[in-house]
Ligand binder design. Structure first.
Ligand code: SF4
Length: 488
């Protein structure tokens, strides 16, 4: 019997009222009240967690509030799509909040029944069309993807591979053939990087996982084996098992590719198992998916990326959500992704910034997107924009200018070389330079130049870049040009 059923009869469910801060990972473990009295020994056992995972609408309705209409639609959807939420992951949900980001990812929604645009597809990336043998996708020249199982510890409602994982009976259309997959890799020396995915390969029985790892390790031309898994996020207890960690490490070529989407998923348990994987010599790269209501705002994304960095997990990709059947409600505009990327580059450490990619239709593969930093160009120079909005003339080659002098302004003025930079009004970094301008140049003119600059102002801006090299000998104005200064 489901654990919550027995406990509910003794004490009716009373949702606790924890405070959940979207931007901060939890500092200690949480448990939904239903499992509060479960001994730690059981709670920390992945078998117990799997056995007590929530797998039905009947269980869900006893744990979270739903309207009668929602329950009716969810009941109909249950015949199509699987549900699995381990008690550990379920406990991260704020039961009071119907829009809780952990809930949105794991609990089915009536919106899954909709395909309003008609654009959503069962196999939006056309992986099956690039499958030379069942279960293996060979799309990029030097990489192969092995889909090894339909099982996951938690079924993400937006899953790109929903056709194999969530959809009941969907696995039959993929039905991986272990031996043929390995043979294909062996017969294709151009394949250097193999991604074992699923479903989640860390839900495989150990002997099956060992089969893949040992065979791939033995293939000389395979340099990298990537394990795509959400187990560290949704069922970290599985990785408390040293035997599994040792097996992964024994393949020597293993990289872990995990999937944190929200800072609240970076729990002490998740961080503990990531540290164990790192200690065993396996680098961890993170894929996130940009999901409406989950992480589609800058504060949440920054908190996630900083949390990953702190845990020594490299943020690798931020995927635009694929147009999967029944996942349209998770999709944002591309502009939302660009807005978030604009708030990352330059504003936080570069090692914490993922590449934002659209996995394109027709099997076109991953296409990186980023805000435009190249504003204009001529034969002699390009105009670049930095994260602060500075527009900067950059001369890539050291050659005499071929542009004939013409009176002009704005970006065109930069191309002409009249100025080398346009600085937005109220630039904080330039404000920090002020004392140095005064100290080094000691004139009001230098200060005026410094503060009077804006994109709309025609001011001599060259003197202030970079400050330590300003030549103030000409009554507070430099005598050398900005480039000479910056190269000096
Ligand atoms: S763990 Fe991965 S494969 Fe499984 S449902 Fe989530 S996204 Fe899909």
């Amino acid at each position: 019997m489901f654990e919550s059923d027995t406990r509910r009869s003794a004490a009716p469910y009373q949702p606790a009222a924890p405070t959940f801060e979207d931007e901060e990972p939890p500092s200690s473990s949480r448990r939904h009240p239903v499992w509060r009295d479960v001994p730690d020994e059981q709670w920390d056992d992945w078998r117990w967690q799997t056995h007590h995972s929530i797998r039905s609408v009947r269980q869900l309705r006893n744990l979270l509030p739903f309207s009668a209409e929602e329950l009716e639609i969810l009941g109909q959807l249950e015949g199509d799509y699987k549900v699995a939420i381990p008690p550990y992951y379920f406990s991260l949900i704020d039961p009071q909040n119907p829009h809780d980001p952990i809930r949105l990812q794991s609990v089915p929604s009536p919106l899954e029944a909709e395909n309003l645009s008609g654009y959503e597809l069962d196999d939006p990336l056309e992986e099956d069309k690039d499958s030379p043998v069942p279960g293996l996708t060979h799309r990029y020249p030097d990489r192969a993807l092995l889909i090894t199982t339909p099982n996951c510890s938690m079924y993400c409602r937006y899953c790109t591979r929903k056709r194999a994982t969530l959809t009941r009976g969907g696995w039959e259309s993929i039905s991986a053939d272990d031996e043929r997959m390995i043979e294909y890799v062996r017969d294709h020396p151009e394949i250097r990087d193999v991604i074992i995915s699923g479903g989640d390969p860390l839900t495989l029985p150990l002997n099956k996982l060992r089969y893949y790892l040992e065979n791939l390790k033995a293939i000389e031309h395979v340099d990298v084996i990537r394990i795509g898994t959400r187990v560290p996020v949704t069922l970290p207890q599985r990785l408390y098992d040293n035997e599994l960690i040792e097996l992964l490490a024994s393949a020597e070529k293993v990289y872990i590719q995990t999937h944190f989407n929200h800072p609240r998923e970076l729990t002490p348990e998740a961080i503990r198992v990531c540290k164990a994987l790192l200690r065993a010599g396996m680098p961890i790269n993170n894929h996130s998916v940009l999901l409406k209501g989950v992480n589609d705002n800058l504060a949440t994304m920054r908190a996630l990326l900083r949390g990953l960095l702190k845990a020594k997990i490299r943020p690798y990709y931020l995927f635009h959500c694929d147009p999967v059947t029944g996942a349209g409600h998770f999709r944002t505009s591309i502009w939302k992704g660009m807005e978030i990327m604009e708030g990352l580059r330059g504003h936080m450490s570069g090692i914490g910034i993922p590449t934002y990619v659209v996995d394109s239709p027709h099997g076109g593969g991953k296409i990186p997107l980023m805000p435009n930093y190249l504003v204009s160009m001529s034969d002699d120079a390009v105009i670049l924009r930095n994260y602060e909005g500075l527009l900067i003339r950059y001369q890539a080659e050291d050659k005499p200018t071929t542009i004939e002098a013409t009176t002009t302004q704005g970006v065109s003025g930069l191309l002409q070389g009249d100025k080398t930079v346009l600085i937005p009004h109220d630039n904080e970094r330039m404000a920090r330079r002020k004392p140095r301008v005064i100290r080094e140049c000691g004139t009001a003119a230098a200060e005026r130049n410094h503060h009077g600059s804006s994109h709309n102002a025609e001011v001599p801006i060259r003197p202030i870049i970079p400050l330590p090299l300003i030549n103030c000998s000409n009554n507070g104005h430099p005598t050398n040009n900005g480039h000479a200064a910056s190269n000096g």
